[in-house]
Design a protein around this ligand. Structure first.
Ligand code: ATP
Ligand code: MG
Length: 568
């Protein structure tokens, strides 16, 4: 039976400096974790209990759908990563090192290559498929900006699963099963989450599915585009929405140059010319990088739209894109602030929401000048592509969307045969032919999920744990000094509750009752039993419920059964 006096847990009154979001502050303040370096954390006893509960819920649900648990080495040799070209592609995200024999390795940031290697050495027939393997172990990603505690750290625990299939039908079936298992996992943890369509990057073919599990919270780093009415939810990176109907400028007048000195932003220009922003076109110049090759790309959008860089990168199928710098613009003879699509020598894409036959204001590629009446079909050479970033109020199937912030706790992805092909993993299919099996991969950030639970469930006093992942369910607060009867009562109640599956910690510390009470609220155990005056005077027991804040008076004979009902 855990006594608080012996628990390694020092709670903090003050908010640590570098912690800006509630989950990070509260994990540190309630003694769940301790920072050991940049993006590195030690899990202390209470934190580890939470993490283990998250892991066990994941295990239980994945085992139910036939996934098999393995544990692969955390360090993986460079040879495997070179087979998939990711040794170079992932670059500095990987923590690479050379050992005493001169072998290059890395601390795995993910394990597709390792699992394909394991698979090709173990399996050679369709008869062993479908096969889904998973592990819960350490990953390392040298994130550029580690932040928010366990939410985005460098070393973290991930559940990663990989499935292998003879055909797409089989992959789809497993994908759907794991999709449902994920829903059960996050529901069990009491999380308010959404499943959203995600960006498949250049890898996803047209029939490759990928979804993210997003916990809706203000501190989330992702943006999710949602319409309940249209039954639509997508990561903004992927979202394809339409603008609300626009009035177009139907002028057929000739292209006319106007002087627009110092009108450098769209907003300034809109005021100066007395035209709405959506009658103006903005031109952006990007550099695309593929291997050694660098190209200029021009993008044309309505004046009040923004570019979705992921869409552009996917459309171009390149390794990277970035906005051209001032000196790169200058070198190419482009005039910053006045760039336009008329006669541009650069490969130029126009967003689909720009009308091909309406008149727009565009930059004239000349200092202090714009053109009026630029009609894309008549005056330009541009290919229409969906490139704009979705925004609040856009439409999907006629319904308006809203945008919320989300924390990506899980991600499922149909990989197809990318890795099995690159690494020559084959099986004999049911027709006796040697083929590369299809794969799916499925991740959950274990620590990030625990952090997301806190983001969604806390108040100004501290964490409010859902029962399923609370470090303990009940804090039994001893509120009488040196009282053997009370001490014995605490142990008896704890034994009784634990027999019902309610985990108890006895707060027997030699500190004031207010202090114990604050810690119970800070750490966020679902309930507290206070053993003090009420018992001594009236033989009644005071019980507090953390979520509702209620105080109840219970009797000795029914206390454990009542708590079992009350703690949800
Ligand atoms: P992000 O976009 O947030 O960087 P990702 O898409 O790169 O994440 P995946 O490769 O899909 O991440 O990894 C699977 C899961 O691992 C994620 O859904 C997330 O929950 C978790 N995860 C990824 N990076 C981190 C990190 N730096 N710290 C904690 N958890 C992480
Ligand atoms: Mg992801």
């Amino acid at each position: 039976m855990q006594k608080f006096s012996k628990l390694l847990c020092n709670t903090l009154k003050e908010v640590p400096n570098d912690a800006v979001i509630p989950s990070h502050q509260l994990m540190l303040r309630s003694g769940l974790v301790q920072k050991s370096g940049s993006g590195l954390y030690n899990l202390l006893p209470l934190g580890l209990r939470v993490i283990q509960k998250v892991e066990n819920i994941i295990r239980e649900e994945l085992n139910k759908v036939g996934c098999q648990e393995i544990n692969m080495s955390v360090v993986t040799p460079s040879e495997l990563w070179k087979e998939s070209f990711r040794w170079d592609e992932l670059g500095d995200l990987m923590l690479k090192f050379t050992d005493r024999s001169g072998r290059e390795s890395c601390v795995s940031p993910t394990n597709e290559e390792a699992v394909v290697d394991l698979f090709r050495k173990q399996v050679n027939s369709y008869k062993s498929l479908p096969l889904t393997l998973y592990q819960i172990n350490t990953k390392f990603r040298d994130e550029i900006r580690p932040r928010f505690g366990l939410m985005r750290c460098r070393e973290f625990v991930m559940k990663d699963a990989y499935s292998f299939h003879e055909n797409k039908l089989c992959l789809d079936k497993t994908y759907d099963q794991i999709h449902s298992a994920y829903e059960s996992i996050f529901k069990k943890m009491g999380l308010d989450f959404m499943v959203v369509e995600a960006d498949a990057g250049a890898m996803g073919g047209s029939d490759s599915k990928t979804h993210e599990f997003q916990v809706i919270a203000n501190s989330g780093e992702d943006e999710v585009v949602i319409s309940k009415e249209a039954n639509y939810a997508a990561n903004i990176e992927k979202a394809m929405t339409q603008r609300q109907p626009l009035d177009f400028d139907e002028s057929l007048d000739n292209l006319t140059e106007v002087s627009t000195p110092n009108q450098k932003t769209m907003e300034e220009l809109s005021v100066f010319l007395n035209k709405p922003l959506h009658h103006l076109l903005k031109s952006l110049i990007y550099i695309s990088v593929k291997g050694e090759k660098r190209d200029l790309v021009q993008v044309v959008l309505l004046g009040d739209d923004n570019l979705n860089e992921i869409k552009l990168k996917n459309h171009l199928s390149v390794d990277e894109i970035y906005p051209a710098t001032d000196s790169e613009l200058e070198k190419s003879g482009l005039v910053k602030g006045f760039i336009g699509p008329k006669g541009t020598p650069i490969k130029c894409f126009v967003d689909k929401s720009v009308s091909a036959t309406s008149a727009y204001v565009v930059g004239a590629n000349k200092q202090g000048c714009h053109f009026l009446n630029f009609i894309p079909d008549r005056d330009g050479k541009m290919s229409p592509v969906d490139l704009r970033l979705a925004k609040e109020g856009d439409l999907v199937n006629g319904a308006t969307v809203s945008i919320k912030r989300g924390i990506e706790v899980g991600h499922i992805f149909q990989l197809g045969d990318k890795y099995t092909k690159l690494m020559s993993a084959t099986i004999l299919n049911s027709e006796g032919k040697s083929v590369a099996p299809l794969m799916g991969c499925y991740g959950i950030g274990v620590g990030r999920t625990a952090a997301a639970a806190i983001e969604q469930s806390h108040d100004e006093k501290g964490i409010i744990w859902p029962k399923a992942i609370a470090p303990y369910h009940i804090s039994i607060i001893i509120a009488a000094k040196n009282n053997p009867e009370i001490n014995q009562l605490a142990e008896d109640i704890a034994t009784e509750c634990e027999a019902l599956g309610l985990e108890c910690i006895i707060d027997d510390r030699d500190v004031g009752i207010g202090f114990k009470f604050n810690d119970y609220e800070l750490i966020g155990f679902p309930s507290a039993i206070v053993l003090g005056k009420k018992w001594i005077n009236d033989k009644e027991i005071e019980v507090k419920m953390r979520r509702s804040g209620e105080t109840l008076t219970l009797t000795r004979d029914t206390i454990s059964d009542r708590l079992l009902e009350l703690i949800k």
